[in-house]
Design a binder for this molecule. Structure first.
Ligand SMILES: C[S@@+](CC[C@H](N)C(=O)[O-])C[C@H]1O[C@@H](n2cnc3c(N)ncnc32)[C@H](O)[C@@H]1O
Length: 358
């Protein structure tokens, strides 16, 4: 998935850093800010026992599906609703995903708040999704919830289907990168019909785990061999920039009434603000994280334009061990906040600390 700060293109670089630890497969690799789970999946595939954590619900859905699960759910409860759900998982998973893809569109929360048809009374009707796609998202998300609430699907199955839906949304959203604003003209992408696909679970026999917690709280009760940290590095809050994915993940059911406001209909994210995206809080948060880490190696991804300077980072990490630095230039992710001419090269830096006082 396209995600600000996603490390898909830096996996080899990161892998070199991990090789430096000399820590073998099977050991615990903890991805404490796992986002899309690109890093967690990569190390799960390499045979590590992986813990993935992020405080956002859509990211937790990915972690639950791709990291915690080692096998495909059976969807036993759906047998009474959809025919041919047995045997080869490849076949029945496609049948279930096709069932969702072919639901009749309905006018629900997404249509009523994020599509031009449902918001035509506003001065500027919102254009996040074409009407039909908004209605399909409503139909699919509502059906998944209905199955969950009636115990027709269990938690693994719920997150599996939710992940499939969340992964499909960026391909038809009328945005440029993040959800902080919609485009004023329609991108042709928005008129393609939303299409869910079967999520692919990386193979593993390890006891992999998924968490949805504030990193600074979780760190106090987990042990890992390699602690990988990829916190936000600037003032852009993920909860606001990806509010629509979070809204779709959390839903609007069982009395939940998402508070939305403003021109874009942004969802209230007061409780999901990250200290790592605040100049006033980042050093304290990072310091406390490092102080509480129970691990053999710490690897931090950070960017030379981040809120913390290289010296500040090295100072804090040095309290726990000897620090090495690796740098790699890469092209920046472009978002709505940057214009075409802004093509400055940015350095991704890996800070590596061998911890001597676990
Ligand atoms: C740079 S992104 C991680 C990207 C990820 N490595 C990837 O490849 O997709 C940072 C992530 O940290 C999460 N985050 C921010 N503050 C957090 C906190 N205090 N606790 C847990 N997760 C947090 C955000 O939701 C976001 O997904």
């Amino acid at each position: 998935m396209r995600y600000y700060g996603c490390k898909t293109k830096l996996l080899d670089f990161l892998s070199e850093g991990v090789t430096e630890t000399g820590i073998n497969h099977g050991s615990i690799f903890c991805d404490l800010f796992s986002g899309t789970t690109a890093v967690a999946k990569f190390f799960k595939q390499k045979g590590y026992t992986v813990y993935a954590n992020d405080f956002l619900e859509f990211s937790y859905s990915f972690a639950h599906t791709y990291i915690k699960n080692n096998t495909y759910p059976s969807f036993y409860g759906l047998r009474k609703i959809i025919k041919n759900i047995s045997g080869d998982s490849n076949k029945y998973l496609n049948i279930i995903i096709n069932y969702l893809n072919n639901l009749d569109p309905i006018k629900g929360f997404i249509y009523n708040n994020y599509c031009p048809g449902g918001t035509k009374k506003l001065d500027s009707p919102r254009m996040y999704f074409a009407d039909k796609n908004g209605m399909k998202i409503d139909a699919i998300r509502t059906k998944i919830q209905e199955w969950k609430d009636s115990d027709t699907i269990d938690e693994d199955e719920f997150y599996f289907l939710l992940t499939s839906l969340i992964e499909a949304v960026p391909y038809i959203a009328n945005i440029s990168g993040t959800y902080a604003a919609y485009l004023k003209n329609w991108d042709p992408r928005a008129f393609k019909s939303i299409e869910l696909k079967v999520p692919i679970i990386p193979e593993s026999k390890r006891d992999n785990r998924a968490f949805k917690e504030d990193a600074n709280i979780l760190i106090k009760r987990i042990y890992s061999d390699i602690l990988y940290l990829d916190p936000p590095y600037n003032a852009r809050q993920y909860a606001s920039n990806y509010f629509l994915l979070e809204l779709i993940a959390e839903g609007w059911f069982n009395g939940q009434k998402p508070k939305i406001y403003g021109k874009t209909g942004i969802r209230d994210y007061e409780k999901q603000k990250s200290a790592f995206s605040q100049k006033s809080g980042v050093l304290n948060a990072f310091n406390s994280l490092i102080k509480n880490a129970k691990t053999k190696f710490i690897i931090l991804s950070y960017n030379n334009e981040g809120l913390m300077s290289e010296d500040e980072i090295v100072d804090i990490l040095s309290n726990r061990g000897e620090v090495k630095i690796f740098k790699k230039p890469y092209r920046r992710y472009r978002s709505i906040n940057q214009d075409e001419s802004d093509k400055k090269i940015v350095f991704e830096t890996l800070y590596f600390a061998k911890v001597y006082n676990i």
